[in-house]
Design a protein around this ligand. Structure first.
Ligand SMILES: C[S@@+](CC[C@H](N)C(=O)[O-])C[C@H]1O[C@@H](n2cnc3c(N)ncnc32)[C@H](O)[C@@H]1O
Length: 330
């Protein structure tokens, strides 16, 4: 981060977000949520993490953490084993031995929400179609309690090796990993999986921060379009790999409707056996700031069922995220 700090309180002196992205915010964020969203681009965020039952005993990890700080992490209501610390504790947590050896995993609440929506069960066969670096794969593995079969796909070689190393470190070395293009997996394994997670490659708009203009250096409206094209192919493949009666969770860390509701709408239009299911977050209302998925974009009505999908808003403790839960008719 090379940007010098502006005088305290002078928020307008931070580099402005790209104009096309500001126009997107204008279009998708209601006026009454806009101020907190604006603040999220200049504020450091709280840090969430989960204790990892695949590496050590969570109670022992918790005791080790508490012995090491005067400000114990706050439990996240509704989700056992998940905690948050304030932004000032980020360096402490990041460099803690329990983070290094995989007894805990630092993971945004928005990312965790995709796994909560997937609701993996022990004994099932589950596919993670775009898996590296493995944050969600390892959470799914933990919730499956070592029972069943979990497959994780990643086509980018360097990222695939990082996925494998992370899974080893997190005690999830039993996950079956495949160096493969996800767009072909549906044809290779038709109707095989009880649940499929497609946390799709996207334009990564959630990573933007005005504290670091590099965060949007590789973003452009063309990147949004290119991402949407790949997502359309991946969601079709994910759908083909899903068993009748199975659940597909589609997620991105993008705010653009082209990468979110429009991608899902494309699938709904082609697949009469697809329905959108409501997502019930395990956290009490208000902990994750969310909006229903869009049902209108640029003057055009979208499939009304998209209102069951969720947009997580960027805030002082969450990153922007989109998640949609689809069910294939049995
Ligand atoms: C948003 S990231 C996934 C993050 C991951 N789910 C996690 O929680 O750690 C998307 C991933 O999709 C991968 N990807 C890109 N093209 C793909 C393709 N054709 N098939 C499957 N995955 C792809 C990217 O390399 C990237 O690792």
């Amino acid at each position: 981060m090379n940007t010098p700090a502006p005088p305290s309180g002078a928020t307008s002196t931070w580099p402005p977000l790209p104009a096309a992205f500001v126009a997107l915010l204008d279009a998708v964020i209601p006026a009454d949520r806009r101020a907190s969203v604006e603040r999220s681009y200049i504020e450091p965020k709280a840090v969430a993490f989960r204790l990892n039952p695949l590496r050590g005993h969570p109670e022992a990890t918790w005791a080790a953490l508490c012995a090491d700080t005067d400000t114990p992490p706050q439990p996240l209501p509704g989700v056992p084993g998940v905690f948050t610390v304030g932004p000032s504790q980020r360096p402490w947590l990041t460099h803690h031995p329990a983070a290094g050896d995989g007894r805990l995993y630092i993971q945004g609440l928005s990312s965790m929400a995709a796994v909560w929506a997937l609701d993996p069960q022990p004994g099932e066969e589950i596919l993670d179609l775009a898996a590296a670096p493995g944050g969600k794969t390892s959470y799914v593995a933990a919730l499956m309690q070592g029972q069943g079969r979990l497959a994780a796909v990643e086509p980018v070689k360097a990222r695939f090796h990082r996925l494998k190393a992370n899974l080893q470190r997190l005690g999830a070395g039993h996950v079956h990993t495949y160096l493969k293009d996800g767009t072909v997996v549906g044809k290779l394994t038709p109707e095989r999986f009880d649940r499929v997670l497609l946390d799709a490659p996207c334009s990564s708009e959630a990573q933007f921060t005005r504290l670091d203009p590099e965060s949007w250096a590789h973003w452009s409206p063309k990147k949004v379009k290119d991402s949407a094209r790949l997502q359309a192919r991946l969601i079709r493949s994910a759908w083909a790999a899903l068993k009748p009666g199975g659940r597909l969770v589609y997620s991105t860390c993008s705010l653009s409707p082209e990468e979110n509701e429009l991608t899902v709408q494309g699938l709904l239009a082609q697949q009469p056996d697809a329905t959108v299911e409501a997502i019930t977050l395990p956290t009490p209302p208000g902990i994750l700031p969310t909006l229903p998925g869009l049902t209108e974009w640029q003057g055009q009505a979208l499939d009304p069922r998209l209102a069951w999908s969720l947009r997580v808003l960027p805030s002082d403790h969450t990153d922007a995220f989109y998640v949609c839960c689809l069910r294939k008719a049995a």
